[in-house]
Design a protein around this ligand. Structure first.
Ligand code: 1HN
Length: 360
């Protein structure tokens, strides 16, 4: 190698730039950090704001074709210009007023609903009218037709979780409105009748592995499962935590999103760990706090918070009441690509030093 003169190397870089080339050696450190350098920030949205603003949106805007849904979505402050709770996950609250029907459509992003407030509303998924009440988890797998209606005399509010930011980044988004406002109903709670038996599945059907044949995971059996553990041992990081399963495969609810429900028993303060996936949490019951990368997040019933990829996190319930958290996680994506990792926090007895608190 002959010694390059500074002006030669500079003109080499200029030519590379002009020809749309990048010499790797200039950017290696940026491209290959020793661990993920996420832009996603931990953040907390208060139920008092979300509920008030959802009702306000109910007063101000109708549900119409084009707008499609009355949805207030979380915008992660670390992700400028991106409408996303984390880099991969969309999180939001949606309100449907008595008598309203949100028009039928389908898209290549998959969605979940977790019902927060109200009853006797439904999501019609490909003709199966899934009747929903508080605590139910309802899936709309990708490309399934879905409309929502509220047949009660009270507003209905639920959490929406979608893989939309990921699907958009993959340039895989397709959308289609249904020719009519509503999809015809061909069965009522059909998936639940056949697949809601948890440990049983019908022998006369052979559903595809990519799509859960169960669309509505009812709250009662979910809560029963959480309570069956009693005082028994559970996860050191999440306490009593269950993943909702596709009953056909034993895998996650959707190819891109795993849903979890967890009971943090009174007095429990978990150990910290970090995982390469990101998550959006909803506080279904109780009050408590999380410590995320050394920052304390106090939350109460209805609040939402985000745990970024590879962020240390632990949970605490210092009250005498149950804490129940519901979460959507992008874990299946990382697992499918062979990228999943997790690590336990070993210093300081497994708990982080708290250096500040959110909003404080
Ligand atoms: C959607 O179709 C729904 O069907 C909710 O209720 C939220 C966010 C982005 C794109 C589509 C729904 C959505 C969405």
């Amino acid at each position: 190698m002959s010694a390059a003169k500074p002006n030669q190397i500079e003109s080499f870089y200029q030519e590379a730039e002009a020809k749309h080339l990048i010499p790797l050696w200039k950017v290696t450190a940026k491209l290959l950090p020793p661990e993920p350098q996420t832009k996603v920030l931990p953040y907390l949205w208060k139920w008092s704001d979300l509920r008030r603003m959802a009702y306000r949106a109910g007063d101000l805007v109708p549900i119409e074709r084009g707008g499609e849904r009355r949805v207030l979505a979380f915008v992660n402050p670390g992700l400028e210009g991106k409408y996303a709770a984390t880099h991969t996950l969309w999180g939001a609250v949606q309100i449907v007023l008595p008598g309203e029907i949100a028009p039928c459509h389908r898209h290549s992003a998959s969605a979940i609903r977790f019902i927060i407030e109200g009853s006797r509303s439904f999501t019609n998924v490909d003709g199966d009218k899934c009747v929903m009440s508080r605590g139910d988890l309802v899936l709309t797998p990708n490309w399934s037709w879905h409309d929502h209606g509220n047949e009660s005399d009270q507003a209905m509010i639920w959490m929406d979780g979608l893989d939309l930011p990921l699907v958009n980044d993959l340039d895989g988004i397709f959308f289609e409105p249904y020719p009519q406002h509503k999809h015809p109903v061909t069965q009522v709670n059909g998936s639940e009748q056949k697949y809601g038996g948890a440990h049983l599945k019908p022998t006369w059907e052979n559903p595809p592995a990519t799509r859960s044949p169960l669309l509505n995971y009812k709250w009662e059996p979910t809560y029963d499962a959480l309570k069956r553990i009693g005082e028994g041992p559970a996860s050191p990081f999440d306490d009593v935590c269950f993943e909702y399963l596709n009953p056909n495969t034993g895998g996650p609810t959707l190819p891109t999103m795993s849903c979890c429900v967890q009971l943090i028993r009174p007095g429990v303060h978990t150990q910290a760990h970090r995982q390469v996936n990101s998550a959006v949490y909803h506080v279904f019951e109780g009050r408590g706090h999380a410590v995320i990368n050394g920052q304390r997040f106090d939350w109460e019933r209805g609040d939402f918070f985000v745990v970024p990829p590879w962020a240390w996190h632990e949970f605490a319930n210092e009250s005498k009441e149950e804490v129940i958290l519901f979460s959507v996680q992008d874990t299946p994506v990382m697992q499918a690509l062979g990228l999943y990792r997790e690590e336990a926090y070993t210093e300081n007895g497994g708990r982080q030093q708290v250096s500040g608190s959110f909003g404080g």
